[in-house]
Ligand binder design. Structure first.
Ligand code: URA
Length: 212
């Protein structure tokens, strides 16, 4: 119990520090820093790309359309937000400002590198058994640099910050697919979440065995 509070308190402290971060230019266009949230001792940590419009306005990760799809796919595996910790590779919305309007864009490698210390601290505190990377920027940062989503999603990789990491299609990408392609892509996300959930169970079972 004390450990749970410790982890929550540590995350809260770091989140408070992140609110004033100016390590990259995204600090100039953000409304809010979207630090991340969830179970501070989650065995499964989900890492997306970065906040979109709704996340930037609310300060919470995955609360827009992509988040609704993610919640649906988690629920099909019996997982709720209380079970997981959710963060992003960048904590501030990457956008292009045109005629006073903001349009999402992918974060640059420099922005991802500038934000990485926050993510590394989150990983070190939560100490997840399995990390689920959503989308290529997350997989390239946390699994390997030349990650190929089409060939390598759904596979487990041994990583230093958890026992395993696995990557899945990003829900925003899935939403951009139409008809049958949408259904097929959505199915892969449900399957990859299931694989991550089963891996957590397997790792826990192995850890118990080594005690005796
Ligand atoms: N997409 C992401 O990658 N992260 C969010 O928090 C929302 C949308």
């Amino acid at each position: 119990m004390i450990e749970v509070q410790d982890a929550a308190a540590q995350l809260a402290q770091i989140a408070a520090r992140a609110t004033t971060c100016t390590a990259c230019g995204l600090s100039q266009t953000r409304t809010t820093v979207v630090f991340g949230e969830g179970n501070p001792q989650a065995p499964l940590m989900i890492v997306g790309e970065g906040p979109g419009e709704r996340e930037d306005l609310t300060g919470r990760p995955f609360v827009g359309r992509a988040g609704a799809l993610l919640d649906e796919c988690l629920a099909e595996n019996g997982i709720t937000r209380r079970h997981v910790y959710i963060a992003n590779v960048v904590k501030c919305r990457a956008c292009i400002v045109e005629n006073g309007r903001k349009r999402n864009r992918a974060p640059t490698l420099q922005e991802i590198a500038a934000c990485n210390p926050w993510l590394q601290q989150q990983l070190a505190i939560v100490k997840p058994l399995v990390v689920l990377c959503l989308g290529a920027p997350s997989a390239s940062l946390l699994i390997h640099k030349n990650f190929r989503m089409t060939q390598e999603r759904g596979k487990f990789f041994e990583v230093p910050y958890a026992r395993y990491a696995i990557a899945a299609l990003h829900p925003a990408y899935i939403l951009r697919q139409g008809g049958q392609a949408f259904l097929e892509a959505r199915k892969t996300l449900v399957q990859d979440i299931e694989a991550a959930r089963l891996k957590v169970i397997e790792v826990r079972r192995e850890a118990r065995k080594t005690l005796f």
